[in-house]
Write a protein that binds this ligand. Structure first.
Ligand code: S3P
Length: 449
């Protein structure tokens, strides 16, 4: 029988929260586990014949939604200890109920890709935020490979996908820089006849390519001119693996930003994955003058890890070129908050993809800053923030979080350093990516109530 054994962790807090000016943030916290790697580890394990063991899985709402969907698709998914999961793969079957991926774009898009290679029909649904996000970017290539898909208005959820075991391989150039689209195609390609090629004009996170060989699959990455080309032979069976999930640089960004901004602070976040396709924020923070030290901390899942030590810093505005966006795509809201405290103007360029996230993050980030007395504008796809410098960020605003975890955490980080407290209207969705956020901020001495 399929089962999720052992009680699942709690959902965390819900309702509004207020962050107040804090100082002397101190301490060492372990980074929350990586969301991208957690989704992929579960999905690849559910495709492998045999039992895989995953340690330190991120037990967040998004990842648990993927685990639940895999169970409906026929895999045995068991929680055997804190963060420890055993997954027994099986050929996927039509689920009896719609697969509800909640808030998770990664979950829904990767699962659609992986399901496309089986003779099954599955209906995918999600919450209000996920139901407003574009799915055609994944469904178009899957249709080209031979799957059938019916979507809601404008290519949104609900999606009914009919997969096939006679999928064709494709050679596909990504029209948007999206690791989710790339991964969906590669996961489908595992069951296709022939080599699947994905061409990336701008390299995106490569966790799928890096994790596939751990499950015994062949995949290669090369460079053709400016393009990164990933080639995956078809008709591959996966073998089970033992995987330990590294720390999430996107979640670590929140305590790191808090310590940069709150006076007299010095904290360390341990075990953070340094994958270059995820680490852009930390390079930008250093360019702004951040006192950040990266100490090597071994390796996990083929990824180098570091401990990040950070101290309160005097920061200056910078320009971040559009090419850097894929390496820090989820970090722009918190980077904009940091820029609000800096001296001078920060220009964050080429942010069109932010409009397709859990909310329209470009508009929502600008609104977060404006509500707290920061001068901000959107020019085309660029966000321009005029830092408040020594005058300080006024704060005192109420942040509308629009079902977006990263906006909620960014608003609260702003409140830890602004003159007046910052309130966010909802916090429940923080558990989609960083269920330990409130505990970690409290552990380093940040005041949120
Ligand atoms: C993710 C890829 C990114 C990122 C998301 C996680 C992934 O989305 O924003 O939080 O795990 O592949 P896109 O690939 O759509 O940019």
């Amino acid at each position: 029988m399929n089962a999720l054994k052992n009680p699942l962790p709690g959902k965390g807090k819900s309702g509004p929260a207020t962050a107040r000016k804090s100082s002397r943030l101190r301490g060492t916290i372990a980074a929350a586990r990586d969301k991208s790697c957690s989704h992929r580890a579960l999905i690849l394990a559910a495709l492998a014949a045999g039992t895989s063991r995953i340690e330190d899985l991120l037990e967040s709402a998004d990842v648990l939604a993927t685990a639940g969907a895999l169970k409906e698709l026929g895999a045995r998914v068991e929680r055997t200890g804190e963060g420890v999961w055993e997954v027994h793969g099986a050929p996927w079957q039509s689920p009896e109920v719609p697969l509800d991926l909640g808030n998770s774009g990664t979950g829904v898009r990767l699962l659609m890709g992986a399901a496309a290679r089986f003779d099954l029909t599955a209906r995918f649904i999600g919450d209000e935020s996920l139901s407003s996000r574009p799915m055609a970017r994944v469904l178009d290539p899957l249709r080209a490979m031979g799957a059938e898909a019916k979507s809601g208005e404008d290519g949104r959820l609900p999606v009914t996908l009919k997969g096939t075991s006679v999928l064709k391989a494709i050679d596909y150039r990504l029209p948007v820089a999206s690791a989710q689209v790339k991964s969906a195609i590669l996961l489908a390609g595992l069951g296709a006849a022939g080599d699947t090629l994905v061409r990336e004009p701008h390299a995106t996170r490569d966790h799928t390519e890096k994790m596939l060989p751990l499950f015994g699959a062949m995949v290669s990455t090369g460079q053709e001119g400016a393009e990164t080309v990933i080639r995956l032979p078809g008709a591959q069976a996966l073998s089970p693996a033992g995987i330990a999930i590294p720390g999430d640089p996107s979640s670590a960004a929140f305590p790191v930003a808090a310590a940069l901004l709150a006076p007299e602070s010095e904290i360390t976040v341990t075990g953070v994955m340094m994958n270059p396709a995820r680490f852009g924020l930390y390079d930008v923070l250093k360019e702004m003058g951040a006192l950040i030290e990266l100490l090597p901390a071994g390796e996990r899942c083929g990824e180098a890890l570091c401990d990040i030590s950070v101290r309160t810093s005097h920061l200056s505005g910078v320009t971040v070129a559009p090419e850097r966006a894929p390496s820090m795509i989820d970090e722009y809201p918190v980077l904009a908050v940091v820029a609000a405290f800096a001296d001078g103007v920060t220009r964050l360029q080429g942010l069109s993809e932010l409009r397709a996230k859990e909310s329209d993050r470009l508009a929502a980030t600008a609104a977060l800053l404006a509500a707290n007395g920061v001068e901000v504008s959107i020019e085309g796809d660029d966000l321009i923030v005029t830092g408040c410098g020594p005058a300080g960020v006024p704060g005192g605003g109420e942040v509308k979080t629009r079902h977006d975890h990263r906006l909620a955490m960014s608003g609260l980080v702003m409140g830890l350093a602004s003159k007046a407290p910052v309130e966010v209207d909802e916090t429940a969705m923080i558990a989609t990516s960083y269920p330990g956020f409130f505990d970690d901020i409290a552990a380093i001495g940040g005041e949120i109530d």
